[in-house]
Ligand binder design. Structure first.
Ligand SMILES: Cc1ncc(COP(=O)(O)O)c(C=O)c1O
Length: 390
């Protein structure tokens, strides 16, 4: 049997009864838009994460947009973020007419490097590209905030980012699409920024069966604004519109499915941790591979198990694994500053060398709480065999 890259089918087998019952519940009451499951999920996940407010939304992308709109981001604003992420993180900045200012990563964690954020702020203040690569914006850019991404499930360096943002009067937004369940110093991911957003895309650690997401914040005013923007800028009701908004609601059916899956989430998270540990034991000694780094005080939600293969061997290894029926994936093959969508920013190859190198070297292996130890060992062995061959 071919080993699956993710184990959603096995998860459904295990959780079928509770998922089906939840779906039937929604079909029974028929409140498909903003039904009671949306509020129930908001209360459940808000209390798990430990924030005052949790606001269901249509996707992580829409959640980021809700937060940026509520924070008043617009033309002339610079929002600093990593180029080593999914397009959504920076797309929302550009959608609002603001300018993404990319900052290179820490090569060990793949997350935004706070030291380089400082350099980018200095470069923006002095309008000096020699200090740090900047976009070729026609006018002066005002730094407004930072979007950090918890890549592969590992929270970014929020100790540094939070104090840096406070010093410079910037907002901090946590793109926790991949890190629901991760932790830093005992605090859960989705609780680190002025607001944080997660995704219920099916392959995420807590995924639904379609699009969905949730925004978390402790800030009452921000929460009120995001709740309004989520439903067409509603005021007292949806026919009283006090601002320009979106249709960015979380579907009741998706909320119901995520509620069902959340029952198994703590156990699944422990299994993800055990799977990552097993891969680490089997692959950690291989000199031509770099296994993930989890610094002290952090724990990853292990959205992916991503190794690094240097010397231009990554694509060869991926081909060899494919030949052995072992799927793998590259998150992400092209950093955002080199994407056509951001050509107008005028960045070039070499601006963010660490993100560029990571894009050429990372490879995510089959992973998930329902893959057996045997499957994981077969994947690890397949990778080791492939690396031995000339
Ligand atoms: C880091 C990151 N940000 C944003 C997104 C977008 O999430 P969604 O599909 O829920 O909009 C993803 C999903 O892949 C992601 O990994």
């Amino acid at each position: 049997m071919i080993i699956p890259f993710t184990d959603l089918a096995a998860q459904y087998d295990a959780l079928r009864a509770v998922i089906d019952a939840r779906i039937r519940g929604v079909l029974g009451h028929g409140q498909f838009i903003m039904g009671p499951e949306v509020g129930e999920l908001e209360r459940t996940l808000g209390s798990y994460v430990g924030t005052k407010h949790a606001i269901g939304c249509a996707s992580d992308t829409d959640g980021l947009l809700l937060a940026l709109m509520a924070l008043g981001v617009g033309p002339g604003d610079a929002v600093l973020t990593t180029p080593f992420t999914f397009i959504a993180t920076a797309e929302v900045i550009a959608l609002l007419g603001a300018t993404p200012v990319f900052v290179d990563i820490d090569p060990d964690t793949y997350n935004l490097d706070p030291g380089r954020v400082e350099a980018a702020l200095l470069a923006l203040a002095e309008r000096d590209r020699r200090v740090h690569p900047l976009p070729s914006a026609p006018a002066t850019l005002t730094p407004k905030g930072v979007i950090a991404v918890d890549l592969y499930g590992l929270p970014a360096d929020y100790d540094s980012l939070r104090s840096l943002c406070a010093t410079h009067g910037l907002f901090l937004l946590e793109d926790a699409a991949q890190s629901f369940g991760g932790r830093l110093h005992g605090r859960r991911a989705c609780s680190f920024g002025d607001a944080a957003v997660t995704s219920f895309f099916p392959a995420k650690p807590l995924g639904g069966y379609g699009d969905g997401g949730m925004v978390f914040t402790d800030d009452d005013a921000l929460a009120d604004a995001m709740r309004s923007i989520r439903i067409h800028g509603k005021g007292r009701d949806k026919y009283d519109n006090v601002r320009i908004g979106l249709n960015a609601r979380l579907d009741t059916l998706q909320a119901a499915i995520v509620l069902a899956k959340f029952e198994a989430f703590p156990e699944e998270l422990a299994k993800r941790q055990a799977a990552a540990q097993l891969y680490g034991e089997l692959l950690g000694a291989e000199p031509s591979l770099c296994v993930p780094t989890v610094p002290g005080g952090y724990s990853s939600a292990w959205a992916q198990y991503t190794v690094r293969v240097g010397g231009g061997r990554r694509d060869v290894l991926q081909g060899q694994l494919r030949a052995a029926d072992i799927p793998s994936a590259v998150y992400y093959p092209m950093p955002l500053h080199l994407q056509g969508a951001f050509r107008h920013l005028g960045y070039s190859r070499g601006d963010f060398p660490l993100a560029e190198l990571a894009s050429a070297e990372v490879l995510s292996l089959p992973f998930g709480p329902y893959l057996s130890e045997g499957d994981l060992a077969a994947c690890a062995l397949g990778a080791l065999r492939a690396l031995e061959s000339p």
